[in-house]
Write a new protein. Sequence first.
Length: 277
Amino acid sequence: MINIGLAGWGDHELGGSRGKLREYGAHFPVVEVDTSFYAIQPERNYMKWNQETPEGFGFIIKAYQGMTGHLRGANPFAGGIGEMFETFLQSIRPVQETGKLKTVLFQYPPWFDCSKANVDVLRDARERMGDVPVALEFRHQSWFKEDMQEKTLTFMKREGWMHSICDEPQAGVGSVPTVLEVTHPDMTMVRFHGRNVGGWVQNNEANWRDVRYLYDYNQQELLEWKDWLMQLQEKTREVCVVFNNNSGGHAAGNAKQLMAMLGLDYEGLAPRQLDLF
């Protein structure tokens, strides 16, 4: 099974509306919640999102930035990292209870390199998440260097991490290659970040974040991925594809193109609003 969606539902024009989860659910069967990275969302938000999406819809929830080493400044949780994880787990419970949770995505920063200390960090995070499904995405090349790639993948399989495979600019140590390997029988993620090499690495320009994911995949690039996705789905029960190239509004269009190439016509999506004009 291949499910295709977008990172967030607020940046896209779908069916004439903008920023509405109900309308999004008429087009795609899965979404990545990225607001959870910036702040642990209150339970009521997840309850609301449950109500706004059809049965069978899936949420990929991005781990809070304090859980992946992105947090700048002091930990806002007086009880330390334990309280942080507990608060996050409590917040996502409504989605878990309805069976709409696909996975929690742990995306580690470009400076999180392959070291004994960081392997221990991963073990600790996995243990704290208990039986919640988790996916792992690296941004430092060292995890997939020739001598480490097999060890990294074996570790992920042993610890129960789903692999979040990246299509992203190849811009030095702060980016990872596309490694087409499955580490979990239940699910594998693929995230399309675009291939804007010039915009990927942080520079001093004020609009850096606005152009980082500026990319429009062409037909040949998507056709290549069509073949790769079909290979991946033979090794895992579900492949969740997320388009994150939303700086220029290309994510939804690229996702629809790939769906057409794969002949995907999802059943059970939310009814679309009638176009009266």
